[in-house]
Design a protein around this ligand. Structure first.
Ligand code: HEC
Length: 108
């Protein structure tokens, strides 16, 4: 009698009835997206090796995946804003912005 109950529970977790916005989201990871995104949009000022930080705080460094996760809430707040407030000059693609949200809110 236990198997049907277990299957029902698993089916519930797999989506369908769920209102979890991440349930149907595509898989977005640092390797598949985040690394390139940070390099192209943020590291010119926020890499530890940057020649010209343009005033970016010394301690706000995005060299590694861990660096990003430590400040994921701030990255979402600034780069996820409408319009984004990072990078300061703007220019984030809407598509990239959406993928960044999925990466940091749902991914790993
Ligand atoms: C042209 C240089 C430049 C680029 C590119 C840039 N930043 Fe910044 N960043 C700054 C400066 C200057 C500050 C300090 C002033 C401020 O907070 O607005 C800053 C501060 C920050 C802070 C710390 C302040 C806070 O609100 O927590 C975060 C987080 C941040 N940036 C995230 C990002 C992200 C994410 C990107 C890429 C999507 C990015 N930045 C791209 C220059 C830059």
């Amino acid at each position: 009698m236990r198997a049907p109950i277990l299957l029902a529970l698993l089916a519930g977790c797999a989506g369908g009835e769920s209102d979890d916005p991440c349930a149907d989201a595509p898989v977005v990871t640092y390797a598949s997206f985040g690394q390139d995104f940070m390099r192209e949009n943020c590291q010119s000022c926020h890499a530890s090796t940057s020649d010209n930080r343009n005033g970016a705080p010394e301690d706000v460094v995005f060299d590694t995946e861990d660096d990003v996760w430590e400040r994921a809430d701030r990255v979402l707040e600034r780069a996820g804003a409408e319009p984004p407030t990072m990078p300061p000059q703007g220019g984030l693609e809407a598509d990239d912005q959406e993928r960044m949200r999925i990466w940091l809110e749902c991914g790993g």
